[in-house]
Write a protein that binds this ligand. Structure first.
Ligand SMILES: NC(=O)c1ccc[n+]([C@@H]2O[C@H](COP(=O)([O-])OP(=O)(O)OC[C@H]3O[C@@H](n4cnc5c(N)ncnc54)[C@H](OP(=O)(O)O)[C@@H]3O)[C@@H](O)[C@H]2O)c1
Length: 325
């Protein structure tokens, strides 16, 4: 990946994506005002790529923060790269555009830079984010991904989004789209869990071969939110002693090394923090370089460990994590 001066990568549709993104997901117990404050700090310290989603239920606050930073002259709209995601309850060809328009309305923006399929399966449409049946089971549906992709292409043609992509796809699901008859636009990216314990080397090689950018989420070891999809007894990534040792050598922090590692692999990386000092720290990753030996040492930490494995969806035919990559 060649970084240009603004630390961006050229996507396969000609648009540019900043290689370091600010994550905006927080659990329901975090006041929504926090995400707005954090987004403004992120823009102030230099983040230009903001990763969000309809599912996060905070696009009003994130949109307001962006608009305030435009109004006070810190940035122009075109300086910001904003991603939103198609939630599964809009996973019907006739609902895709509506899903994006809902986000735009909350954001009070005319377009997003990137619209991605959040996960490769459908849930029953409706206002509930996780629709459940009388037994408390999430109601899943099977819808053809290629039909959804055509609807995503129409959103790009309508000017509601500059680029389109996917998230949580394995290589077989990506191939379904790439081999689709009459494909108009390739996905520009695949956003997946990726960190030193799950380095996704095979998926990365596949994506690179198709000119699809891999975007890493949970690069700092995920938010470890109890009672959700996090695996129990999962390791604390930023406490890893090897990461700590390398960080000390460069006079950096484990978080900075974990982010820098992804950038040097040609991966676009997301980092979430709502704490000012950490947001600043996470942006300081462009002024040092890990040696090839240190990159190899970090590669060896891989243990194909997934923090987020949504067990409810395991029986769905498009469940992406049964495949090796
Ligand atoms: N496509 C998908 O399905 C998907 C799934 C998950 C995430 N995402 C996206 O990716 C973003 C990032 O992933 P994530 O939310 O799992 O979190 P993450 O970036 O792995 O961060 C995990 C935690 O690390 C802490 N942290 C951040 N910087 C730190 C630092 N410098 N030192 C020590 N601790 C630090 C943060 O806590 P504090 O806030 O307390 O600092 C944060 O909760 C999300 O916010 C979302 O935008 C997408």
């Amino acid at each position: 990946m060649d970084f240009n001066q603004s630390h961006s990568v050229k996507l396969n549709d000609g648009h540019f994506m900043p290689v370091l993104g600010f994550g905006t997901y927080a659990s329901d117990d975090v006041p929504k005002s926090k995400v707005g404050e954090a987004t403004k700090i992120a823009i102030d310290v230099g983040f230009r790529h903001i990763d969000a989603a309809y599912f996060y239920q905070n696009e009003e606050e994130v949109g307001k923060a962006i608009r305030e930073k435009i109004a006070d002259g810190t940035v122009k709209r075109e300086d910001i790269f904003y991603t939103t995601k198609l939630w599964t309850t809009f996973f019907r060809p006739e609902l895709v555009q509506q899903g994006l328009e809902r986000s735009l309305k909350k954001l009070q923006l005319d377009y997003v830079d990137l619209f991605i399929i959040h996960v490769p399966f459908a849930m029953k449409p409706g206002e509930e984010l996780l629709p459940k049946d009388a037994n408390g089971q999430i109601i899943l549906e099977t819808v053809d991904i290629c039909d959804i992709w055509e609807a995503m292409e129409k959103c790009k043609d309508a000017g509601l989004t500059k680029s389109i992509g996917v998230s949580n796809f394995n290589h077989k699901l990506l191939e379904l789209i790439l081999n689709k008859q009459g494909l108009k636009y390739k996905p520009v990216c695949n956003q997946v869990e990726c960190h030193v314990y799950l380095n996704q080397s095979k998926l990365l090689t596949f994506c690179k071969s198709k000119d699809i950018v891999l975007v890493a989420y949970s690069a700092l070891g995920s938010q470890r939110i109890c009672g959700t999809w996090l695996k129990e007894n999962s390791p604390i990534l930023l406490d890893d002693p090897v990461l700590g040792e390398i960080a000390r050598k460069y006079n950096r922090t484990p978080a900075q090394v974990a982010l820098r590692y992804q950038l040097q692999r040609g991966i676009v990386v997301l980092a979430k923090s709502f704490k000012k000092e950490r947001i600043k720290e996470n942006f300081q990753v462009f002024d040092f370089q890990l040696t090839p030996e240190d990159m190899k040492t970090i590669d060896s930490l891989n243990r194909d460990f997934r923090y987020t494995e949504p067990a409810h969806f395991k029986d769905h035919p498009n469940y992406p994590f049964h495949e090796e990559y």
